[in-house]
Design a protein around this ligand. Structure first.
Ligand code: M6R
Length: 619
C-alpha cells in the first residue's frame, strides 16, 4: 500500500525516481509524485492524482524540472486519509517548502501531533496524516536538530505504522528513511544510495541491498548507508540476498504481468517443491519447528486475507485429511478480535504473498503474544511476517507484480500440501508408501497446470461471450468450494462483475432464489467424492434457467463426464491432478484465465484494478 522511492548521488535522479515509481505502481496508483532537493533553495515538487493516469500524467508534467539534481524522493499512493486528489498526494512539504516527506502507513495520533504545530496546524494544506508528520519533523529541526536527529526525535512521538523518506534542502545529499510495520529496504552502488518499498524498484541500479528493520532510521548519502535505532544507537546494516534477476520482474513479452504470471505457475509450483522432497519423504527446509513440536500440536488455525485465505481453505482440508489435527481457517482481520483459544501447543499458520499485509501480521503478533507457535507461508524473503514467525515456508514463485495474485496462490497450495504431508509423517497418520505415492503425484502437478493452460483460446472465446454479464455464482464443494471462492474473487477484482461463491449444497437454503433466466453459474465439477452431488446441484440451478459453465475433469481422451457435458452450456476441461486435494492448483487455471479475458473484453486494466493495491498495510 503505497510505494516509496528515493535516490541520492546520481544527477539523473529524476529519471530513476520515475522508473522506480513505474516499477512500484502495483503498490498503489491513486496518485504519483516526486520531489527534488535543490540545494539552498526550495524543494521542487510535482504531483498528479487520477488513478492509473497519475503516473503517465506526472511523467508528462516534469519537463520544467531543474536539471542535474542528484537527490530526491517519490511516491505512489493508495489513498487512506483524504481523497485521492493532488493536494493530498505525496510528497508533502513543510510550511517553508524546504523539507519533503513521503509516507506509507497510518499515523494513529496525527491529530494530537497536529495540535502541537503552530496555530494548531493551520498551515496544513492537505487532509493527510502524512503532511502532519512533515510539519512535525520540521518543527523538531526548528529547535536546532539536523534532519536525521529531527526524524528520530519526531518518530519517538509517533503512534502507528510507517515507512518514510524525508529530505531537506539544507542537507541536500541526505535522505532519511525509517520504518515501523511497513516495508522499506535500501541499496547502494559506489556513488549512489537508494531507498525503496521493494527491491524491484531499484533492481539493476543498486549492487547490494540492505534490510531496514522496524524501529530503525536509515541515513543515505551518495554511496553510503548508516542505520540507527530511534535513540541514535548505530546498528550494523544487514545485507539482503537477491536471487532473482530483473527479467523475472518484467513482462517478458506478455501484454500484462497477469498473463505472464499465470504462465509462470508450473515453475512456481515446481520451485516450491524443489529440494523439499527426498526419496518420497517431505523434508521442509525452512521450518524450524522440530518433529517433536509437530507431534505436540493439537490445534491449528490458518489465517490469511483474500487469495491467501482461499489457499488456506485448501490447507485446512489437507491437514485435517492427512495429519488428523483439528484445523480452523479464518480471515486474518477477524481472527484476533474474537478471543481464539490459543496455547503453546496451538499452531497458527499465516499465509501471505507479501508477508506484509497488516491484518495477517497483526494475527501473527496476537498469536505469538498468546504463546502459540507461528508458521508463515510467504513469498517475500525476509518480509516482516517471515522475520516475526517461529518458522517459515517460502513459496519460491518469484516476484508477483500484478495486483491480483495467481502464481503465488498455486505455490501456497503446494506449500500447504507439503506441510500437511510432513505433519502426517511426523504424527504417523500416513503409511510411508502412501506418503511416497502422494508426493510423486504432487511432483506431477506442474505438468498438469501447464496442460490446463493449453485451452486458453477456448476460455477467451467463452469469456468474450459473457462480456456483459451482471451476476455470476460460483459453486463447489470441499476443495471445490475454496476454488469457487478464488474464482469469484478473481472475477470481482478484475472485471468488476458481481460474483458470489457458495458451497453448492447451501444454495437451496436461500441463494437459489436469486437464480433466474440467464444467470451464470460457474460449477466446479471436477473429479471428487462429491461429484454426483454437485451434478444434482447443477441440475437444480439449470432447472431455474441458469446458464452453466462447468470446470470438469478430462478423462485423458478429451472427454468429460457425459452428465456434465449434457447439462453445461460451456465446459473448461482440466487434467486430473492426481489427488482431490491437489486439484485446486490445476482447476484454478481456467478460472484465472476466464477472469483475465472477461476483464480485457470489458477494457479493464488487469494489472492495476480500480481501488486496489498489491499489499494492504492498513486495517
Ligand atoms: O500479500 P498477501 O497475500 O497477504 O495479500 C492478501 C490479499 O490482499 C491478496 O491476496 C488480495 O486479495 C489479492 N488482490 C488477490 O488477488
Amino acid at each position: 500500500m503505497c510505494g516509496i522511492i528515493g535516490v541520492t548521488g546520481d544527477p539523473e535522479a529524476l529519471g530513476i525516481l520515475l522508473e522506480g515509481l513505474h516499477r512500484l505502481e502495483y503498490r498503489g496508483y491513486d496518485s504519483a509524485g516526486v520531489a527534488l532537493v535543490v540545494a539552498g533553495d526550495e524543494i521542487w515538487r510535482k504531483r498528479r492524482a487520477g488513478g492509473t493516469k497519475s503516473l503517465p500524467e506526472l511523467v508528462a508534467a516534469v519537463g520544467d524540472a531543474p536539471r542535474g539534481v542528484a537527490c530526491g524522493i517519490g511516491h505512489n499512493w493508495w489513498a487512506t486519509h483524504g481523497g485521492p486528489t493532488e493536494r493530498n498526494a505525496h510528497p508533502h512539504t513543510d510550511a517553508s517548502g524546504k523539507l519533503a516527506l513521503v509516507h506509507n502507513g497510518i499515523i494513529d495520533n496525527y491529530r494530537e501531533l497536529a495540535a502541537t504545530l503552530p496555530q494548531g496546524g493551520a498551515e496544513l494544506t492537505s487532509d493527510t496524516d502524512s503532511e502532519v508528520l512533515a510539519h512535525y519533523v520540521a518543527g523538531k529541526m526548528a529547535t536546532g536538530l539536523g534532519l536525521a536527529d529531527a526524524v528520530r526525535s519526531a518518530l519517538r512521538d509517533v503512534h502507528g505504522k510507517f515507512s518514510i523518506g524525508v529530505v531537506h534542502v539544507d542537507e541536500p545529499e541526505l535522505i532519511v528513511g525509517a520504518r515501523r510495520g511497513s516495508p522499506l529496504i535500501c541499496g547502494l552502488n559506489d556513488t549512489t544510495a537508494f531507498l525503496a518499498s521493494d527491491i524491484p524498484a531499484i533492481h539493476g541500479k543498486a549492487d547490494e541491498f540492505f534490510v531496514i528493520d522496524d524501529e530503525r532510521v536509515v541515513e543515505l548519502t551518495p554511496g553510503a548507508v548508516r542505520i540507527t535505532t530511534l535513540l541514535g544507537d548505530e546498528v550494523e546494516p544487514e545485507r539482503r540476498e537477491v536471487t532473482w534477476n530483473l527479467a523475472s520482474a518484467e513482462k517478458g513479452g506478455y501484454p500484462d504481468f497477469m498473463l505472464k504470471e499465470i504462465h509462470e505457475q508450473p515453475d512456481a509450483v515446481r520451485d516450491t517443491l524443489l529440494g523439499r522432497i527426498d526419496n518420497g519423504v517431505v523434508a521442509l527446509d525452512s521450518t524450524e519447528l522440530t518433529e517433536e513440536d509437530l507431534r505436540r500440536i493439537d490445534k491449528i488455525f490458518v489465517v490469511g486475507c483474500g487469495t491467501s485465505f482461499n489457499a488456506g481453505l485448501v490447507g485446512e482440508l489437507a491437514i485435517e485429511h492427512w495429519a488428523k489435527v483439528p484445523v480452523k481457517s479464518e480471515v486474518a482481520s477477524e481472527f484476533r478480535y474474537r478471543d481464539p483459544v490459543l496455547t503453546p501447543t496451538s499452531l497458527v499458520v499465516a499465509i501471505s504473498q507479501s508477508g506484509e499485509s497488516l491484518d495477517t501480521m497483526e494475527a501473527v503478533t496476537f498469536a505469538k503474544r498468546q504463546s502459540a507457535k507461528v508458521l508463515t507461508v510467504c513469498n517475500v524473503v525476509d518480509s516482516s511476517m517471515a522475520r516475526d514467525s517461529d518458522a517459515v515456508i517460502y513459496t519460491h514463485a518469484g516476484p508477483e507484480i500484478c495486483v491480483a495474485s495467481t502464481k503465488t496462490h498455486v505455490a501456497q497450495i503446494a506449500a500447504l500440501n507439503l506441510l500437511a504431508l510432513q505433519l502426517a509423517q511426523a504424527r504417523g497418520t500416513l503409511y510411508p508408501e502412501e506418503a511416497a505415492h502422494l508426493v510423486r503425484d504432487l511432483q506431477l502437478v506442474p505438468d498438469k497446470i501447464a496442460a490446463a493452460m493449453a485451452q486458453s483460446g477456448h476460455v477467451k472465446a467463452v469469456a468474450e461471450k459473457y462480456r456483459d454479464i451482471r451476476d455470476v455464482f460460483f459453486i463447489g464443494r470441499q476443495v471445490g468450494r475454496a476454488l469457487a471462492q478464488e474464482g469469484a474473487l478473481k472475477l470481482k477484482e478484475l472485471s468488476y462483475v458481481r460474483a458470489e461463491a457458495y458451497p453448492a449444497g447451501e444454495l437451496k437454503h436461500g441463494p437459489i432464489a436469486l437464480i433466474e433466466e440467464g444467470t451464470l453459474v460457474v460449477a466446479i465439477a471436477t473429479k471428487s467424492r462429491l461429484l454426483d452431488k454437485i451434478i444434482s446441484n447443477i441440475q437444480e440451478v439449470k432447472a431455474r434457467g441458469a446458464s452453466i459453465l462447468a470446470i470438469a475433469t478430462d478423462d485423458g481422451d478429451g472427454n468429460v463426464d457425459p452428465r456434465i457435458a449434457d447439462l453445461a452450456d460451456d465446459v473448461f476441461s482440466v487434467p486430473y491432478a492426481g489427488h482431490e486435494l491437489f486439484t485446486p492448483m490445476v482447476d484454478v487455471v481456467p478460472l484465472q484465465l476466464f477472469a483475465y479475458y472477461l476483464a480485457k473484453a470489458r477494457g479493464n486494466d488487469v494489472d492495476k484494478p480500480r481501488n486496489l493495491a498489491k499489499t494492504v498495510t492498513v486495517e
